[in-house]
Design a protein around this ligand. Structure first.
Ligand SMILES: [Zn+2]
Length: 302
């Protein structure tokens, strides 16, 4: 059925409450009074989004190789922890990372023993991924994606995709029974939105067309045919506040060794003293954490 881009993307009714005028004031963030889904209003057209993503550079494509190695290890650890929550530690089989970028997610899946494929529309991604990780990254439509997947990962993707429930429902048709779907999205109720409003990452125009809370993410996953195992804020997706103190110290404090030590003390204080309490609050309430991390499994047919 043809969707109405001027209505709520989830329930298609038009009872919308505007929350923010975005950096392009022709667009707003709107909350649906009927179902609670929050999204950009109006939804940008398909042709606009397609043009935007073809022209945009690839995230992190300039990063050096050691940064990629660390990013892959971090991503693998996150995936492993989430598989564990779903009772799937040590699982293998076919896997896809959607919106693969330069292949960090694909490389992480492979390091855990999956047979992995990255899907990415950006033309630079394939060569970068192949060069760095020998990862297979291709531009496929969802229909062309392989079937019987044991694992499907979507990191920072659902906020970019029009009609995310329909997208996930289509993904489910490619999953094996009780296959795992996991990923991340920005948290609409993150600290940054309260402080920076339309300039926060969650509300970035024109890219972030869906804004998720823990409740709306849960409903989106469930209505797509998934059983939600967990939605929360494991590190580094919890509360983030920064005053630029460490950057200032590293630049201005002399000698460099003292600056480095001071900066690492601040890091330690943040990690073990400043963050645990707000992170516990985020985990309990869904508020303040900057990214929602989820793991779900394909519903078994009743
Ligand atoms: Zn709605």
């Amino acid at each position: 059925m043809q969707k109405d881009d001027n209505a709520c993307p989830s329930c298609q009714r038009r009872q919308l409450a505007f929350q923010y005028a975005l950096t392009n004031p022709e667009f707003h963030t709107a909350r649906c009074r009927d179902c609670g889904f929050i999204a950009m209003h109006p939804y940008p057209s398909d042709s606009f989004l397609e043009r935007h993503y073809k022209e945009r550079g690839l995230y992190n494509s300039e990063a050096d190789e050691s940064a990629y190695v660390r990013a892959v290890a971090d991503r693998a650890k996150l995936i492993e922890g989430l598989l564990d929550r779903a009772g799937k530690r040590g699982a293998t089989g076919k896997a896809v990372d959607f919106g693969a970028g330069a292949g960090i997610g694909v490389a992480a899946q492979m390091s855990l023993g999956f047979t992995s494929l990255g899907i990415e529309t950006n033309p630079h991604a394939q060569s970068v991924g192949r060069r760095l990780f020998e990862a297979e990254i291709v531009d496929l439509s969802l229909d062309e994606m392989p079937g019987e997947l044991a694992l499907f990962t979507v990191f920072e993707v659902l906020e970019h995709i029009k009609y995310p429930r329909e997208f996930l429902a289509a993904v489910c048709t490619h999953m094996e029974t009780s296959g795992t779907v996991l990923g991340t999205v920005p948290n609409y109720n993150g600290l940054a939105r309260y402080i920076r409003g339309k300039h926060s990452i969650a509300l970035a125009w024109p890219e972030h067309i869906n804004q998720f809370t823990r409740a709306t993410l849960r409903r989106t996953l469930e209505e797509a045919g998934l059983d939600v195992v967990y939605i929360g804020f494991p590190p580094p997706y919890g509360v983030v506040f920064t005053f630029g103190l460490r950057a200032w110290i590293l630049k201005h404090l002399k000698p460099a060794a003292v600056a480095k030590t001071t900066a690492s003390v601040i890091t330690w204080v943040k990690k073990y003293i400043a963050y645990p309490l707000p992170n516990l609050f985020a985990e309990k309430t869904g508020f303040l954490g900057h990214g929602l991390v989820f793991v779900a499994t394909k519903k078994t047919q009743a």
